[in-house]
Ligand binder design. Structure first.
Ligand code: RB5
Length: 145
């Protein structure tokens, strides 16, 4: 898998911790480096705190894209989208993932660990990282956000 992005970060809450570790291993095995912003175990934490760690990095361009995992993907997306310049998409199948990049130029993928099979989640990450924004009319719309 060839990623369009070189600077990628990831975080989760307790519900997403195991899947975060799996995604990290998957990318590292593919020689894609990734910065892990925590947590370091599955003790209960609050997802907005970890969404913020990723949005801070993406907003400041230290990372080009981010990956956020919680139980449903929803809390992470709601939190992340409060930050300017962030376009976080809850991705739940290949099509929603591909379109979030092609049409919305999403810079964060959020995944629900409780709703997504492990292999599917890895495929979603792969599609997210290799799909280009289409620009054109979509750029006009993204600029209006
Ligand atoms: C944590 O139990 C759960 O609420 C969280 O992971 C997420 O699903 C929130 O949207």
């Amino acid at each position: 898998m060839k990623s369009l992005f070189k600077k990628i970060c990831i975080a989760s809450d307790h519900a997403g911790f195991k899947l975060k570790e799996l995604i990290k291993d998957y990318l590292i095995n593919k020689n894609i480096s990734i910065i892990d912003l925590g947590p370091i175990n599955d003790k209960s934490v609050d997802y907005p705190d970890y969404a913020k760690k990723v949005t801070n990095r993406v907003k400041s361009k230290k990372s080009e894209v981010g990956i956020l995992v919680c139980g449903t993907g929803t809390g992470m997306a709601i939190s992340a989208n409060k930050t300017k310049k962030i376009r976080a998409a809850v991705c739940y199948n290949l099509k929603s993932t591909r379109l979030s990049r092609q049409h919305n130029n999403a810079n964060i993928i959020t995944i629900g660990s409780r709703l997504t099979k492990k292999n599917t989640a890895l495929q979603l990450v792969s599609v997210f990282l290799k799909t280009k924004f289409e620009g054109g009319r979509h750029l006009r719309r993204v600029r209006k956000i």
